[in-house]
Design a protein around this ligand. Structure first.
Ligand SMILES: Cc1cc2nc3c(=O)[nH]c(=O)nc-3n(C[C@H](O)[C@H](O)[C@H](O)COP(=O)(O)OP(=O)(O)OC[C@H]3O[C@@H](n4cnc5c(N)ncnc54)[C@H](O)[C@@H]3O)c2cc1C
Length: 397
């Protein structure tokens, strides 16, 4: 609850201006809080006379911030495979650790991890905490969470990064909650403020219309999740040296109420648009499911995978694994061809890192042209068949 100290409040109105939700108003010289308050704390930070306070927030202040040191990356390992986002996060974590002058550590939890720890060192880790136990063969929130919480409590890293994958999204919020830490989900940029070591966590907010930079000033660790394909992995360097710490987990930590009977690959997951070098993406401009077939034809002609805007997925023309954007996947192929996609900010958020973007749209003012390297203005039903025939002609010759 946000409390106003009427003795201290001078009715200056700064809190009113700093509230993005219109939840605070100065009435008769004193701030009054309305129902729309989300306890974001913006007014508290801006109040120069310290007349505002969030009840309970003071309990989370940790006095010993300096005793937390080091940058950690939770490296996701499942069914014998390391999630590529782990290497991307090590790339980002390396820069943060160098800026802070601290070690970069990887946490590897699973069973049968083989030489994965060595691979993590080659990609930037100084230390790998390896927890390899048959009881961790299948992911469960409880066991993985308990193991990670235990390690964090023992070693006190100042920063913990994890992938915003199905697994990361499932258990990292619980880990943060148990530690009394904040968690910034789906960050698109991470940086360090050198004077106080604050992690600057940037992510889209308000439906993607603004980019917000979030800091956790009074608690540690600072925790963020980052989606796959947003950060860049370091090149593997076989000569890099590091330390592997084998951790035997306390059996109590491995107890879980969940019993995994079987793990199967969801068929649609076979389509991994994040791993394709060329994507042909279709939008509502294709009119209907039949029109969308043209997208598949164009994709087939250049050995590309098919991607889509949310409008198309919502219409049921193609499955969710193909969706690109804020609520879909983030992709960074060598070539992204956007066909009949307007370029809404939520779509662009998922494809703007593509190396080359080609946009086809009949509206010359469509926002997709703002991010495109090459633009074709015209009717899709004329342009795509022309493109396919050119490509086929080129192949034959
Ligand atoms: C919280 C939130 C999250 C969201 N997440 C996502 C997300 O992850 N991904 C996503 O894509 N969207 C997302 N959206 C939806 C997004 O705002 C847009 O509504 C959506 O991207 C629009 O899809 P579109 O470009 O296919 O359709 P439209 O915006 O309808 O655009 C169709 C385009 O096709 C062009 N066109 C039409 N006919 C032709 C033709 N014959 N030839 C050539 N061009 C033609 C039109 O000029 C137009 O530019 C999200 C929205 C919200 C609020």
């Amino acid at each position: 609850m946000l409390i106003v100290d009427s003795e201290l409040c001078i009715g200056c109105g700064v809190c009113e201006e700093s509230c993005a939700f219109g939840a605070i108003e100065v009435i008769d010289g004193c701030a009054v809080v309305g129902d729309a308050c989300t306890l974001c704390g913006a007014c508290v930070e801006n109040c120069e006379v310290e007349a505002l306070q969030i009840e309970g927030a003071e309990k989370s202040v940790q006095a010993d911030l300096d005793s937390w040191r080091g940058v950690w990356v939770y490296c996701e390992f499942r069914a014998g495979t390391l999630a590529p986002v782990s290497l991307e996060l090590l790339g980002a974590g390396r820069k943060l650790a160098d800026a802070r002058g601290v070690h970069l550590s990887a946490v590897l939890i699973g069973a049968g991890t083989g030489d994965t720890a060595q691979r993590l060192i080659g990609h930037g880790a100084d230390i790998v905490y390896q927890v390899d136990d048959p009881a961790l063969a299948y992911f469960t929130d409880e066991a993985y969470g308990a193991v990670l919480i235990d390690l964090i409590k023992k070693h006190k890293p100042e920063i913990v990064l994890a992938g915003a994958t199905a697994i990361g999204r499932s258990f990292i919020p619980g880990v943060a909650n148990s530690l009394g830490a904040g968690l910034t989900a789906d960050c698109t940029h991470l940086d360090i403020r050198l004077d106080d070591g604050a992690l600057l966590q940037t992510r889209p907010a308000f439906g993607g219309n603004i980019m917000a930079t979030i800091v956790c000033l009074s608690s540690r660790p600072q925790m963020s999740t980052v989606r796959p394909k947003v950060m860049q992995a370091m090149e593997f360097d076989a000569a890099r040296q590091g330390k592997i710490v084998n951790v035997t987990p306390d059996p109590v930590l491995l107890q879980t109420k969940v019993r995994v009977l079987e793990s199967v690959v969801f068929e649609q997951d076979d389509v991994n648009i994040q791993e394709s070098d060329i994507l042909v993406a279709g939008g509502r401009g294709m009119d209907n499911a039949k029109g969308f077939e043209l997208i598949r034809e164009l994709a087939d002609s250049i050995d590309a995978a098919v991607a889509a805007s949310r409008a198309v997925v919502d219409a049921g023309w193609i499955g969710y694994p193909h969706q690109v954007g804020q609520t879909g996947k983030t992709v960074a192929p060598k070539l992204y061809i956007a066909c009949g996609i307007s370029g809404a900010i939520q779509h662009v958020a998922g494809m703007q890192s593509s190396e080359t973007i080609v946009a086809i749209n009949r509206d010359e003012n469509a926002p997709i042209f703002d991010v495109a390297d090459f633009g074709i203005v015209g009717d899709m039903y004329k342009i795509i068949p022309m493109l396919i025939s050119k490509i086929e002609g080129h192949r034959k010759s």
